[in-house]
Write a protein that binds this ligand. Structure first.
Ligand code: GDD
Ligand code: MG
Length: 364
């Protein structure tokens, strides 16, 4: 066995979800294609997979399938070969894997990566393959630890790494060790997933495997990991990439206070920091502050406005003195002077928030 990059591994990428929790950002673009530090979210994961020896990636798409091909084409740019397989009706995670497997070329005993498409991770994929092969496992899951495991699959393991229980999205999780959404499946087992009907890996397949004592191994890697499922996580992901808190081979520059797009104009006395991304052609006027935020192409931040931990969509306009904190302003929306948007407020694309119509008060 040589070093992993000389191998020719295959992966199935699950990108058929709707990303509803990220609306309005995902109204015009699927979550995995959202720009993060200047490149589509997926690109970080694809570049990491390529570095770990993956050569062929099958995209399992359902929602806005054509946009993935527009972004990544045949994969050449990333040193990958990409095949697109589209479900007419979403088949769930397991059904999507089964459906996409028609495009695989691996033999029955070969390891195939299965990747959730909305993850940003620094974990060592080569070490995961090594663990899979050492244990002679049928399935090997990357596991990580989170503060609040209720939104994830919680996974209990034995001392030797063997998975004892997998419980998806429980209000009372059995452990804070969770499924990190990067699996290795022995190819032959994918062919045994029922075809032509929706199947969930998390609710149906893993519990069934465990009941049948199929060897599933948990591979714990505590590296940087984030599920980019909420607006706050999206902003965090973008800032962490810019600040270099997670390494991405897709980015030429990391570890800087901000990324400034082409043609952006930042007034000399404006402040842009905290890992913010400023898109192309953005204007940040005098006295404005943009901290730990994402300002997309063509947006305008007027004088003395303060934008923190927020997203300002393409072509949106934030008026003079406006406060935007932990909020999302949709594409081409206008927030006029006198408004304060805080605490998870989301403004839909092209809305106009007129003079002083939204203000937060601590007296309420
Ligand atoms: N092709 C296809 N078809 N893809 C799908 C479908 C489908 O019907 N349903 C979901 N997906 C894709 C999503 O696009 C995403 O990339 C991945 O499958 C997982 O779906 P999510 O909807 O993002 O699931 P989740 O985040 O709530 O939970 C999953 O990920 C967690 C880690 O982030 C589960 O696998 C959890 O167990 C896990 O902890
Ligand atoms: Mg997810």
């Amino acid at each position: 066995m040589g070093d992993s990059s000389s191998r020719s591994l295959e992966a199935i990428l699950l990108v058929g979800g709707q990303g509803t929790r990220l609306r309005p950002l995902t109204m015009s673009i699927p979550k995995p294609l959202l720009p993060t530090a200047g490149v589509p979210l997926l690109e970080h994961q694809l570049a990491r997979a390529a570095a770990a020896g993956v050569r062929h990636v099958v995209f399992a798409t359902a929602y806005r399938a054509e946009m993935f091909a527009e972004s990544f084409g045949d994969g050449d740019r990333l040193g990958l070969e990409i095949t697109y397989v589209t479900e007419d009706v979403p088949l769930g995670t397991g059904g999507a894997i089964r459906n996409a497997s028609a495009a695989l070329r691996s033999g029955p005993d070969d390891p195939v990566f299965i990747l959730n498409g909305d993850i940003i991770s620094g974990h060592d994929m080569t070490a995961q393959i090594a663990a899979h092969e050492k244990a002679d496992a049928v399935v090997t899951l990357h596991l990580t630890t989170v503060e609040d495991p209720r939104r994830y699959g919680s996974v209990l393991t034995e001392a030797d790494g063997r998975v004892k229980a997998f419980i998806e999205k429980s209000p009372t999780p059995i452990t804070d060790q969770v499924n990190a959404g990067c699996y290795i499946f022995r190819r032959g087992v994918i062919d045994e997933i029922p075809a032509g009907r929706p199947v969930s890996v998390e609710y149906e397949l893993f519990p069934k495997f465990l009941a049948e004592s199929v060897p599933i191994i948990g591979h714990v890697d505590p590296a940087y990991w984030l599920d980019v499922g909420t607006p706050a996580a999206f902003v965090q992901c973008c800032c962490d990439l810019t600040l270099g808190r997670v390494r991405s081979p897709a980015l030429p520059v990391q570890g800087v206070p901000a990324l400034i797009g082409e043609g952006a104009v930042i007034a000399p006395d404006a402040q842009v920091a905290g890992g913010s991304t400023i898109g192309g052609g953005v204007l940040v006027a005098s006295g404005a502050v943009v901290d730990g935020s994402v300002v997309m192409d063509g947006a305008e931040i007027a004088e003395e406005a303060k934008v923190s931990r927020s997203v300002v969509g393409r072509g949106a306009r934030i008026g003079p003195g406006v406060v935007v904190e932990d909020a999302i302003v949709g594409d081409e929306a206008v927030v006029e002077a006198g408004n304060e948007l805080r605490g998870g407020v989301r403004i839909w694309p092209r809305s106009v928030i007129s003079d002083t119509s939204i203000r937060f008060s601590s007296d309420m």
